[in-house]
Design a protein around this ligand. Structure first.
Ligand SMILES: Cc1cc2nc3c(=O)[nH]c(=O)nc-3n(C[C@H](O)[C@H](O)[C@H](O)COP(=O)(O)OP(=O)(O)OC[C@H]3O[C@@H](n4cnc5c(N)ncnc54)[C@H](O)[C@@H]3O)c2cc1C
Ligand code: SF4
Length: 480
């Protein structure tokens, strides 16, 4: 039998076909195609099946990567899918949008000298094959339980928890203020990274498994937390972080200086066929404009690449640190550069200039000074280094903080940290309120989809334990 594994010595790393920048600049379709079966099997066969799989250690879900690579290399795809799905509710989503270069692939043992196995693309291939073959099934609990759970937020954390709890037979109700399921998967992350039908397909499956979604339902407006607690045996708060960080610069209030998420939501909604007056009026449309995006994270990368696709005249990204120290994925920077984005490293805005709308950004050069207590070098402005950039749309992508959840939910007794994230007991994932759990960005601060899924799964397990203990206590009381 031909050697199916350890092929990294003779076979180079390959990714699925990537569309050329000239083509993809003009549409919002995903930029990578899919592996053909032979290519997926061959690439999976590059795995060295090392003794300590650092890819697995550095995957937040602890995915059994070497096992599903081996099964793929052997053409046993249904089993590969079962292994992949055992630890991950949405492997096709992680395969597309995890920053693999910082997680599994970045820690692949053969990375040193041979380039890593293309883990993310193979995970996507396995799961897309499973969908095509009809192997992906809705939750089918062995028995129905009487207790119900309420989940606030239909993002990755809430959805992963919902599926895990439904599989155990609970009546699961998910509440979300948006009109679609997916949270930032739908309204934050652009199509060219994750097409919306991928998320909609999961929505359909979760509903088919018996999960009830209450959309356009905002906790704090349509019900308070107390009302929800009265309805359900346990509650999970997975409401994400949405308060945009601002920048203290003269002129920040000028027209066409906009928040990243407003800009991305408008673009995503437009793509979904919704009416978006602020886009149609041109305020949130980059077409024909000189665009300056401020920030260096994933959100900034999504903004610059969206602006390119909307037909901006020029797109620049201003970031106060250098390329090596940016929080965004290196892979995304490469994609953006290929698509024509100009990065202005070590630069920060001083002022936004213009009459009623912005016309220029005055920026200054920075250098990286001594490291602070977190170990990161602090950027400091260089004297007399100001320069002007033409800009008729400025997008602020400086990160997100939590909203005031206790006030919004009418629950002042809900404890939060000094950053406003919800405080939990990390062993039980319970908040300061009995039977109220929390997971995802609202606990960690802005993070990653894969961490949201992990937290949602962990919270579901803890909620299950809590509900079983509660049911046992009620039974014992009734028997007395
Ligand atoms: C632009 C952008 C790009 C990103 N790109 C990536 C990427 O490429 N890869 C990656 O791994 N991560 C990425 N992330 C991060 C990732 O999207 C988040 O870490 C993840 O979505 C967090 O999941 P969550 O379930 O905690 O919250 P969310 O996805 O934010 O979901 C929270 C849900 O709660 C709902 N909600 C909030 N308040 C209420 C309320 N009062 N009542 C009812 N419902 C409420 C919201 O409507 C939302 O649907 C990106 C984030 C952004 C903003
Ligand atoms: S979930 Fe993300 S980190 Fe884990 S194996 Fe998949 S792509 Fe890698």
């Amino acid at each position: 039998m031909a050697q199916k594994l350890l092929r990294f010595v003779s076979l180079d790393k390959a990714m699925p076909a990537k569309r050329g920048a000239d083509e993809r600049r003009h549409d919002f379709g995903e930029i990578y195609g899919e592996f053909e079966q032979a290519a997926a099997e061959a690439q999976a066969g590059r795995c060295s099946q090392c003794g300590i799989p650092f890819c697995q250690v550095h995957c937040p879900l602890g995915n059994n990567i070497p096992d599903w690579l081996k099964l793929t290399a052997e053409g046993r795809l249904e089993e590969a899918y079962e292994v992949a799905a055992a630890t991950n509710n949405f492997p096709e989503i992680c395969g597309r949008i995890c920053p693999q270069d910082r997680l599994c692939e970045g820690n692949c043992v053969i990375e040193k000298g041979f380039e890593s196995v293309s883990i993310g693309s193979i995970e996507k291939y396995i799961t897309e094959t499973a969908f095509a073959e009809g192997w992906v099934k809705p939750a089918a609990p062995p028995r129905e339980r009487e207790q119900s759970v309420g989940i606030i937020g239909a993002g990755p954390a809430g959805l992963a928890a919902a599926e895990q709890l439904r599989r155990k037979g609970y009546a699961v109700h998910v509440y979300d203020r948006y009109d679609r399921v997916g949270g930032l998967l739908v309204y934050g992350i652009p199509n060219f990274k994750l097409e919306k039908q991928i998320v909609a397909r999961r929505h359909t499956l979760l509903e088919a498994g018996g999960i009830t979604f209450h959309l356009n339902f905002e906790i704090g407006r349509d019900a308070g937390l107390a009302e929800l607690r009265a309805r359900h045996g346990a509650i999970l708060i997975a409401s994400g972080v949405y308060k945009a960080r601002d920048i203290a610069c003269p002129g920040v209030g000028l027209g066409n200086v906009v928040a990243a998420l407003d800009y991305l939501i408008a673009s995503n909604r437009k793509g979904l066929g919704d009416a978006v007056p602020a886009f149609d009026s041109g305020d949130l449309d980059a077409a024909g404009k000189h665009v300056v995006v401020i920030g260096g994270g994933d959100t900034a990368m999504d903004c610059v690449r969206t602006a390119v696709r909307q037909g901006a005249q020029s797109v620049r990204c201003l970031y106060r640190r250098d390329r090596e120290n940016m929080p965004g994925s290196e892979r995304e920077v490469r994609h953006a550069e290929e698509e024509g984005v100009e990065f202005v490293w070590l630069s920060a805005p001083e002022a936004f200039l213009g009459d009623d709308k912005v016309s220029h950004v005055r920026a200054h050069r920075m250098h990286l000074g001594v490291a602070d207590s977190s170990g990161r070098q602090v950027p400091q402005p260089l004297e007399d280094s100001s320069f002007l950039l033409e800009a008729d749309l400025v997008i602020k992508a400086l990160g997100f903080d939590p909203e005031d959840v206790p006030a919004l939910f009418g629950a002042p007794e809900l404890s939060v940290t000094r950053w406003g994230t919800i405080k939990i007991d990390h062993r039980t994932m319970m908040t300061s309120l009995d039977g109220v759990f929390a997971a995802g960005d609202i606990v960690r601060g802005a993070s990653l989809v894969v961490w949201g899924i992990r937290d949602g799964r962990d919270a579901a397990e803890q909620m299950h334990r809590y509900l079983m203990a509660k049911a046992a206590a009620e039974q014992a009381e009734a028997a007395e």
